[in-house]
Design a protein around this ligand. Structure first.
Ligand SMILES: NC(=O)c1ccc[n+]([C@@H]2O[C@H](COP(=O)([O-])OP(=O)(O)OC[C@H]3O[C@@H](n4cnc5c(N)ncnc54)[C@H](O)[C@@H]3O)[C@@H](O)[C@H]2O)c1
Length: 319
């Protein structure tokens, strides 16, 4: 039976990816997670959770024995486990580097001992820093945070293991991902929903015209699956992943407010506060490379994606 290792599989993107793989493949799935952010209960509560196909390995990606145990018998690896908080990376760059760089090397090393067909690494737009928009794979990275630097290092090691060992690796630069199971994320989508459900008034920093490329977890999971299974032109590949469209925070609030009002929530007018220093004003990506090579075409628009996310928070979120 084909088996995939998903590191960080109890986190936001991980839980959604496991659910997608259960529906769209017949693979068995090993999940390695230290539960520092993730929660096993959200994985186990998935409607399609299947104990015959999912094996959970509690452990740290920095521990080579724990990684070796969890990767045994796998043909594919999706490496999601990471420290993901940008501010924490500024305050504690050593911990960020330890998990995001040393942890990644550790998983890559373990992959060499197995017959791994493809290794997919979760990168981010953060390596790029402030760029002319939209961004694509040809931009010269200029990270603005230690998190961006550690993700850039991860991309570098994926390229290096392809070059030095012939390991087939793919780095995916996710834009702003949103969707179910984002209970602990600080992104505006989950933040606004949690605040409205709790009867609080969301705050928009600046004039709300700042834009992001919000991409739903269904499309990200599909991109990961394509990255694992497609024939690729060379042993290392890099893809910018989002929807290719920009949405302002004001537009997001209007979409979210409309749906939540229809669902019976009281949606207050947002409070506008001073723009936060250092925030990038526009951010979205050109996904043509992923479209051409992977056949990646996002299908979940903001209205549908926001509705699915609100429904999850209403029905399944346990504060
Ligand atoms: N959410 C986004 O918008 C976004 C955007 C760009 C990139 N990414 C990347 O996608 C990946 C997943 O992000 P997410 O949003 O699901 O974050 P998350 O924090 O929800 O998930 C990360 C998971 O990794 C686990 N983990 C952390 N340190 C670990 C360690 N040392 N050993 C084992 N497990 C560990 C956590 O417990 C958690 O379950 C990350 O690599 C992140 O950098 C996310």
């Amino acid at each position: 039976m084909t088996r995939v290792l998903v590191t960080g599989g109890c986190g936001f993107i991980g839980v959604n990816l496991v659910s997608y793989l259960l529906d769209h493949s017949n693979w068995a799935i090993n999940v390695l997670d230290d539960l520092s952010e993730g929660k096993l209960e959200y994985l186990e509560r998935l409607e399609n959770y299947d104990t015959d196909r999912v094996d959970f390995f509690p452990g740290d990606v920095r521990d080579s024995t724990e990684v070796a145990t969890s990767i045994e018998g796998c043909q594919y690896v999706v490496h999601l486990a990471a420290k993901t908080d940008v501010i924490s990376s500024v305050n504690n760059p050593f911990e960020d580097a330890d998990v995001n760089i040393m942890g990644t090397i550790n998983v890559l090393e373990a992959a060499l001992g197995q017959d791994i067909k493809r290794f997919v690494f979760a990168s981010s737009a953060a390596p790029l820093g402030d760029q002319e928009q939209p961004v694509d794979e040809s931009k010269i990275p200029q990270p603005l945070s230690p998190y961006g630097a550690s993700k850039l290092a991860g991309e570098g090691y994926c390229s290096a293991y392809a070059g030095s060992h012939g390991l087939s690796t793919v780095a995916l630069r996710f834009s702003n991902v949103y969707g179910p199971n984002s209970w602990h994320k600080g992104s505006v989508v989950s933040l606004f929903i949690k605040q409205i459900i709790a009867g609080r008034t969301p705050v928009i920093y600046g004039n709300g015209k700042q834009t992001r490329d919000f991409v739903h977890t269904h499309d990200i999971s599909n991109a990961v699956y394509l990255s694992l299974t497609r024939d690729l032109p060379s042993t290392y590949q890099l893809f910018q992943l989002g929807t290719g469209t920009e949405t302002s925070v004001n537009q997001l609030y209007a979409i979210l407010g409309k749906y939540m009002e229809e669902e019976g929530f009281h949606v207050p007018r947002a409070i506008y506060a001073e723009a936060r220093a250092g925030e990038i004003f526009r951010s979205y990506c050109d996904i043509s490379r992923a479209a051409d090579i992977l056949g990646y075409h996002p299908v979940v628009d903001m209205e549908e994606g926001v509705a699915r996310t609100v429904d999850w928070f209403r029905d399944d979120y346990r504060p």
